[in-house]
Design a protein around this ligand. Structure first.
Ligand code: DHB
Ligand code: MG
Length: 220
């Protein structure tokens, strides 16, 4: 599943993807666990940071922590009183993410929540933690519509929706990446997800053509 890098993507990663020691360490942790391909690139992390800063984002829900690479990148550009709730099914992974990130000054802005994302989202909703300035979706692909519908209810007007892997490894435009199995449920879900976010009555939106596809929308 290794991606072949074009000269263009190498250039982008050389110039816009400088990582400090901690980000590098998190990347190494993912590499050791064989899940580095699931983690956003430093270049994509910069896009998240740019969007957070541009829209003065303060309160974020992230669905899919992995080892906290994107959590840390976003937390670093949130204001001092900013807050990022990051959700992941695996408690073990979250414990590792917590240990990795704890030394960073931005760690105090991050709240880790493990367990089923839909359960955690319901709890955040019931507790009245919202409305949120941003939701970043980067978890199980067949649940993206559920995450979108939660976001529709819990993003503030002017809030930012971002979702990774919205090309679904090429499947949405009929070119599934080599080494990838066809997942019909995820494919139907992702097509519907992009259609719904593309509806300009609901979101001002586009799909940024990163290697994986990054759908972005500002809620009307
Ligand atoms: C997978 C998940 C991701 O979020 C990603 O960016 C790449 C791959 C996966 O489930 O394989
Ligand atoms: Mg992803």
């Amino acid at each position: 599943m290794r991606k072949t890098k074009s000269a263009r993507s190498l250039y982008l990663s050389e110039v816009f993807s400088k990582e400090d020691a901690l980000l590098f360490q998190i990347r190494q942790a993912a590499l050791e666990e064989g899940v580095e391909h699931m983690q956003i690139s430093a270049y994509e992390g910069r896009i998240l940071q740019f969007l957070c800063q541009a829209l003065q984002v303060s309160k974020v829900v992230e669905i899919g922590t992995l080892y906290g690479y994107s959590s840390l990148m976003m937390a670093r550009v949130l204001p001092e009183k900013g807050k990022l709730f990051t959700l992941d099914l695996s408690m073990e992974r979250q414990e590792k993410a917590k240990r990795l990130i704890q030394s960073d000054p931005s760690a105090k802005k991050i709240q880790f929540i493990s367990g089923s994302a839909m359960d955690s989202l319901s709890r955040l909703e019931t507790l009245g933690e919202g409305p949120f300035d941003m939701v970043f979706i980067d978890a199980d692909k067949s649940s993206y519509l559920n995450y979108l519908h939660w976001s529709n209810r819990n993003l503030k007007s002017g809030g930012l929706l971002v979702a990774d892997n919205t090309f679904l490894f090429g499947a949405v435009y009929g070119e599934l990446m080599e080494g990838r199995n066809k997942d019909d449920t995820a494919l139907q879900v992702m097509k519907q997800f992009n259609q719904e976010v593309a509806n300009q009555d609901v979101y001002i939106s586009t799909l940024i053509p990163t290697a994986e596809g990054l759908t972005v929308g500002i809620k009307k």
